[in-house]
Ligand binder design. Structure first.
Ligand code: AHG
Ligand code: MN
Ligand code: MN
Length: 331
């Protein structure tokens, strides 16, 4: 009989080894409990009739699905119960949600359900989160953190039951749910690194948008597309999960040449704090890089607002560097 190491056991050892507090463990326990509940609702959603739209438009101007709301409420509930979070920034709420202003130690940025267009098909979605820590030395001003300051970031693939976690200066690990829904790490699993061998690399972007990208990006695609396979699931959580295993590049470029100019998105579509930074931070810990439309490192962007958007190019360094050069030449 083979019994694997549980996620909490893995984290306990990690915290002890690095002489870190138990508080982070309490936080992660809350996060993974929330992920399991989201998964349960997702799997049984059609029976409960919660896979449709609420009819409400959120702060992003996007239609809110019932599952978006449910997932958001679940995550906030467990974060509040943990007592470890000062405030959380969620895709679903305009303002930061204050949870434990006095006693909290962390800031949470999260997208409770990423890839909403997959919901009605029961296809993979994700719960993405990033963790920053309060300033323990001087006074804390509650400012939004750059990606480079994050302590951890992770993605739960739902309903697949795979959890990818990146810990600052430590690496990326992948956990799988066992028969009891416990997240475990297989004994033989190693720290995850984006493969260096270009043989399996893939490109991932919304091909329907390609004529709306800048001339430089369109040229780059024409020069490179025949070299790689192409995959797009329509959920960053799922597409990025695949990229981490196979290598290549995921991109959501700025939309600047839309035939209906009001549909241009010069700032890109993805949200910096709880989408792009999550992918960029995990990529960094797995040996990859991520840049925006100007070729700047995503992790160095100083956040100006909670829901700001950014273009995103993330993945294997040679590909991201090559498009970074093109972006800088043309911009
Ligand atoms: P969300 O469902 O949280 O609003 O995010 C959707 C995002 C992201 O998951 C995905 O990569 C992208 O939108 C897909 O956009 P397109 O449908 O424009 O390709
Ligand atoms: Mn999202
Ligand atoms: Mn979402």
């Amino acid at each position: 009989m083979r019994l694997e190491q549980s996620f909490i056991d893995f984290m306990l050892h990690h915290q002890e080894k690095h002489k870190r507090s138990y508080k982070f463990l309490v936080l992660l326990e809350a996060i993974q409990t929330a992920a399991k509940y989201i998964q349960y609702f997702y799997q049984t959603g059609s029976l409960k009739n919660v896979m449709g739209e609420t009819g409400i438009t959120n702060v992003q101007g996007e239609s809110v699905m019932e599952m978006d709301d449910i997932a958001n409420a679940i995550v906030l509930h467990y974060l509040r119960r943990s007592n470890q979070v000062i405030y959380a920034v969620t895709e679903e709420e305009a303002d930061p949600v204050i949870l434990n202003e006095e006693g909290g130690r962390y800031f949470l940025y999260f997208d409770p359900l990423d890839g909403s267009s997959n919901i009605k098909h029961h296809l993979p979605v994700g719960f993405m989160f990033a963790v920053a820590k309060r300033n323990l030395e001087g006074p804390e001003d509650g400012r939004l953190r750059r990606g480079a300051e994050l302590r951890a970031a992770g993605i739960f693939l739902i309903p697949t039951g795979v959890f990818t976690l990146a810990l600052a200066d430590t690496g990326v690990y992948r956990f799988h749910q066992d028969e009891t829904m416990t997240y475990v790490i297989p004994d033989n699993s190693e720290q995850l690194m984006i493969p260096e061998n270009p043989k399996g690399w893939e490109l991932s972007f919304n091909a329907a948008n390609r004529r709306t990208f800048s001339a430089g990006v369109q040229e780059w695609i024409e020069e490179h597309e025949s070299l790689y396979a192409f995959r797009y699931m329509g959920s960053l959580a799922g597409d990025f999960h695949r990229l981490l295993s196979n290598g290549g590049m995921f991109m959501y470029p700025a939309i600047v040449n839309h035939p209906q100019p009001e549909k241009n998105r010069p700032q890109g579509k993805l949200r910096l704090l709880y989408e792009a930074n999550v992918a960029a931070f995990i990529a960094r810990e797995a040996g990859g890089i991520a840049v925006d439309e100007e070729g700047n490192d995503i992790l160095e962007i100083e956040p100006a607002s909670l829901h700001q958007r950014t273009a995103l190019y993330v993945g294997s360094p040679p590909l991201v560097e090559s498009i970074r050069n093109r972006l800088r030449e043309k911009n």
